[in-house]
Design a protein around this ligand. Structure first.
Ligand code: FMN
Length: 188
């Protein structure tokens, strides 16, 4: 451990995805917020978590409705992504303010973000209060993508211009530098 030092930051893993999360509530209507504390938790059944602070307007909406959507933004949506992470749905219609369009989910009662090229519909299976964040683990019950992105049933990420979140900054991704298992193929 020579030359290693400790540090304080909470943002210990990078890069993280940055996603728009859609939610709905019988009394509060539709909302969306930006989330970086997210990830895949299980392949089968497919599960994704989002970790949300209880003081967020969306927290109660997801806790009560038992569902949410995860929407992957492209770089062209960065301004909207940032805006949805600094204003609250408590203070007005964030969809209108961001110029984003809610689409009805096909399997859950939460809205998809039409402008996002990839969307997942999730049914909450676990609610884990962890401290300042609550982790909602959702089973993916439907998924959607813009038709120009799907080839042979798989997503073509080269067309997606994804955005990463790194310690308070947004980064674009560079070029592809390898494929899963390439080191084994080199050895063979
Ligand atoms: C890039 C980015 C990432 C964020 N990640 C999270 C997160 O993982 N969890 C969280 O609770 N809030 C996160 N936020 C803050 C919420 O998006 C923000 O407080 C939002 O206004 C909450 O909206 P609401 O009150 O309408 O639910 C993030 C904000 C930004 C800009």
């Amino acid at each position: 451990m020579n030359d290693k030092v400790g540090f304080d930051a909470a943002q210990v893993i990078a890069p993280l995805p940055v996603v728009l999360v859609g939610c709905a509530h019988a009394e509060l209507g539709l909302n969306l917020l930006t989330i970086a504390w997210t990830g895949i938790d299980c392949s089968d059944p497919p599960a994704i978590h989002v970790s949300i602070r209880p003081e967020r307007h969306s927290h109660r909406m997801i806790a009560d409705s038992g569902c949410f959507t995860v929407n992957l933004p492209s770089r062209a949506l960065l301004r909207q992504v940032d805006l949805c992470g600094i204003v609250s749905g408590r203070d007005g219609d964030k969809w209108r303010r961001a110029g984003l369009t809610p689409l009805s989910g096909t399997a859950v009662a939460a809205p998809l973000v039409a402008e996002c090229p990839v969307n997942f519909e999730c049914a909450v299976k676990h609610v884990v209060p962890l401290g300042v964040h609550t982790m909602f683990v959702g089973e993916v019950v439907a998924r959607h993508a813009d038709d120009n992105l799907v080839r042979g049933g798989r997503l073509d990420f080269s067309k997606l211009a994804l955005v990463a979140y790194v310690n308070g900054e947004y980064w674009s991704l560079g070029e592809r530098i390898g494929t899963h298992g390439f080191s084994g193929r080199e050895r063979a």
